[in-house]
Design a protein around this ligand. Structure first.
Ligand SMILES: *Cc1c(COP(=O)(O)O)cnc(C)c1O
Length: 222
């Protein structure tokens, strides 16, 4: 199957950058773009890096490991944004730069042990959906303390909007997470995907994670 060329990806990233910069908001921080390459082969990482986007997001341990060669060659900044099992952490050390989906004490401890001092985000579940990762907002204080006590570099928080709802439905959760980032004096507020990035930016996102708008529809897993 054919996939977008380097030129296509660069054009879409340029358009996205302009869109992001054009969103009216009360914040003056720059919004970083993490290019989500999950579901696409190594070409997606190559095209993103060629277009000057050095941050990529991956969700699945096995898939990320299968991209080891391109990662070790191009050295993008890899954000692990999917659900993370403790028994995978050891294999991912050296490939992951930002552990962006930590959501429970046991996984914080495992990352702290295997990847001392690593950059991490805590994922907050703001939609109540069981299928989504993330801690309850009420458990956040404990997890923030734990990440800091174990010597991890806690950059900020991450959240995912509700599935199958209009983008606007994500707004209350995004607002909550922005408030929590401020409350804990953190810097990174990772929220917004292809469908709801504009809402997230209005609500103070510092980092959107976008795949579809850059690389097209993901091939169905088979
Ligand atoms: C897949 C995914 C994204 C990107 O989604 P798109 O709709 O393709 O932009 C962002 N964040 C997380 C956590 C994801 O799983």
């Amino acid at each position: 199957m054919s996939h977008p060329t380097d030129v296509d990806v660069a054009t879409r990233l340029g358009a996205l950058r302009r869109e992001v910069d054009g969103v009216e908001r009360a914040w003056d921080h720059r919004v970083e773009i993490v290019a989500v390459t999950k579901g696409f082969a190594s070409w997606a990482i190559e095209s993103a890096v060629a277009a000057g986007c050095r941050s990529v997001g991956e969700n699945y341990a096995q898939e990320l490991i299968s991209k080891r060669e391109v990662i070790e060659t191009l050295r993008p900044e890899v954000h692990f944004i999917g659900r993370l099992q403790s028994n995978k952490v050891r294999q991912l050390v050296g490939l992951v730069d930002v552990w962006a989906s930590l959501d429970r004490g046991s996984i914080i401890d495992e990352v702290a042990k295997r990847a001392e001092g690593a950059r991490v985000l805590i994922q907050v579940n703001t939609t109540g959906e069981e299928a989504k990762g993330g801690c309850l907002p009420t458990d956040l204080a404990t997890l923030v303390a734990r990440a800091q006590e174990t010597g991890l570099c806690l950059d900020g928080l991450m959240t995912v909007g509700p599935t199958g709802e209009p983008p606007e439905a994500a707004r209350p959760g995004f607002r909550l997470v922005r408030n929590l980032v401020d409350e804990y004096g953190l810097s990174v507020c990772s929220m917004g995907m292809t469908a709801d990035a504009h809402i997230a930016i209005e609500e103070g996102s510092t980092e959107i994670r976008v795949g579809t708008a850059i690389f097209g529809r993901r091939p169905v897993k088979g």
